[in-house]
Design a protein around this ligand. Structure first.
Ligand SMILES: [Zn+2]
Length: 284
């Protein structure tokens, strides 16, 4: 095959991939922006909701700490209850058909202390882009294997689509937490949880993700703490809520970051750590 044909073929494949990518990206952006618009329209309604929340009225900040249990190490740490000394509400999202062998017996003793959700079955990062039957099959598989009925869902690699949201609602999930707030690509300036129009499902946009600090941006613990506290200061006393997405496997290597943050949240007046479901329970 001549070099020219080879180049033409590569260019053609790239073009198809690019068009597919743009199409998916466009559909998802339109969906997200419409959601945001309807959320804004109802902002006065949402304000009434905010005022009625018992734990954090018009001031302060509700905090949601979530952990995705992605690796064998994450799972081993979870089994020993690595965050027990903070006495805080933590959310953990579990995989059922992935690198660790999940069994409900492993988490039985810590199950009543925390809230557990699904992170899908096999960490398929294209989960949201499959058809409805495939998405349903993978999520149902995880639901069936968990040994309890999960209230929440975190999509692998934050793979996201309208189809996924509809499937989660149909399968009886109370909330999803699979988009980044202030995402540079989607530009969604949302940080507080919101309910999807016409569905029972809530979304908890993620404000801070630890993999961005340690993997993408290669930050030191001091830089990450500066970034986190700058963001927290912006939202302090807003009466709103922010979600953190962490991974247990970084807890040992960046202990100072998590320890400083958790102690601050516990001791700072007006900061209210909550389970994601208790936030919803206070709103509906
Ligand atoms: Zn993950």
């Amino acid at each position: 095959m001549s070099l020219l044909i080879k180049i033409a073929r590569i260019l053609f494949i790239h073009k198809i991939l690019y068009v597919l990518y743009k199409k998916l990206d466009h559909d998802h952006s339109v969906f997200l922006i419409n959601t945001l618009k309807s959320f804004k329209k109802k902002s006065s309604y949402c304000k009434i909701y905010s005022e009625s929340i018992i734990l954090n009225k018009n001031s302060g900040l509700n905090i949601f700490i979530t952990f995705d249990v992605d690796t064998v190490k994450c799972y081993e740490l979870l089994k020993i209850d690595f965050v027990k000394e903070y006495y805080m509400p933590f959310n953990f999202n579990l995989l059922t058909n992935w690198v660790y062998k999940y069994s409900f017996n492993d988490i039985d003793n810590i199950f009543p202390k925390y809230e557990f959700g699904s992170h899908s079955s096999d960490h398929d990062i294209f989960l949201a882009y499959h058809n409805v039957d495939e998405i349903t099959g993978k999520i149902k598989m995880s639901q069936d294997k968990l040994g309890f009925k999960p209230k929440g869902f975190r999509s692998p690699a934050l793979s996201f689509s309208k189809r996924l949201v509809d499937v989660l609602d149909t399968l009886g999930f109370e909330y999803n937490s699979s988009i980044m707030s202030y995402n540079t690509r989607q530009r969604i300036p949302l940080f507080s949880p919101y309910k999807y129009e016409g569905l029972k499902l809530w979304e908890f946009p993620i404000l801070i993700m630890d993999t961005k600090y340690w993997v993408d941006w290669k930050m030191s613990e001091s830089e990450a703490l500066d970034d986190t506290f700058n963001l927290l200061e912006r939202f302090e006393n807003s009466g709103e809520a922010v979600t953190f997405c962490f991974h247990p496997c970084y807890f040992e290597t960046n202990f100072r970051y998590y320890d400083t943050l958790f102690n601050y949240i516990v001791n700072q007046k007006g900061m209210t750590p909550l389970y994601l479901s208790s936030y919803i329970d206070n709103k509906v």
